[in-house]
Design a protein around this ligand. Structure first.
Ligand code: SAM
Length: 247
């Protein structure tokens, strides 16, 4: 049987602590008590741990663990998903699934075809996106939580300096498949695959000026095939292709 995994808010070399909602859930619903065993993620490492103290006090609830032994855990895939903002329920689904699939980071971007009111509301939504990533990371038994960047205009993301190999999913691209681009990146990389950033457009697709900007900023345009996918489908399909390549 697999033990549940908890992501600690505080930790030191020997102990880790859950606070607030997680602690309350563990104490109230799962009736945590001294001696209970769990897997706890502390500072990106996973430990077999034992509960040593429980205090149930609403938002101030705490569950403290002694860390017994570090366990092996898979690192995140070195992928950043630059996701253009469109309908929040759709991108939130994409964020959850991308976290399950193992992305290291998600960068929400405001594209030309992002609805104005969504662009304005995005900043206030980030905390919710971080919670979604946190819950999905826990559910997927990850040892880390992907970074959710603050939303920025697409141009800032496209032009920002980066060590990653940068790929844009473009429904107009006809020739270069994602798989083909990965083969080329791999061949050029030597022993270690570089980190990869993948940009996905909004519901209405990229505006021509954005395609030109990607091109002039050194991003590689790729296709996922002849069918037009919803952006969230494109995100998951692309991550599955990269995962099958890297893992
Ligand atoms: N403008 C398109 C249309 O209505 O014909 C739809 C855009 S699509 C819903 C949203 C985004 O998903 C695109 O900007 C692209 O990043 C990605 N995408 C969808 N299908 C794709 C494909 N076959 N190849 C590459 N990217 C794709």
């Amino acid at each position: 049987m697999t033990r549940r995994r908890w992501i600690a808010e505080h930790w030191d070399e020997a102990t880790a602590t859950l606070v607030g909602a997680q602690a309350e859930h563990m104490a109230r619903v799962l009736r945590a008590q001294k001696g209970m065993e769990a897997d706890v993620v502390a500072g990106g490492h996973v430990f077999h741990a034992e509960v040593v103290a429980v205090s149930l006090a609403g938002e101030q609830s705490e569950v403290r663990f002694n860390l017994i032994a570090e366990l092996e855990a898979d690192p995140a895939m070195p992928i950043t998903l630059a996701l253009a903002i469109y309908k929040f329920d759709h991108i939130e689904w994409a964020m959850e699934k991308a976290t399950e699939l193992g992305v290291a980071a998600i960068a929400p971007t405001i594209a030309r075809r992002t609805d104005k009111h969504l662009a304005q509301a995005a900043e206030k939504r980030v905390e919710r996106w971080r919670r979604i990533a946190y819950e999905a990371a826990k559910q997927a038994r990850r040892s880390d939580v992907p970074v959710i960047h603050d939303p920025v205009p697409l141009a800032a993301r496209v032009k920002a300096a980066s060590d990653a190999t940068r790929i844009v999913l473009a429904e107009q691209e006809r020739t270069t498949t994602l798989r083909h681009a990965l083969d080329e990146i791999d061949a050029a990389a030597g022993t270690e695959m570089p980190s990869i950033e993948i940009a996905i457009g909004p519901e209405g697709g990229w505006a021509p000026a954005e395609e030109a900007l990607f091109d002039s900023s050194g991003w590689r345009a790729v296709t996922l095939g002849p069918r037009i996918l919803r952006a969230e489908t494109a995100a998951i399909a692309a991550l599955a292709v990269v995962a099958s390549y890297l893992e």
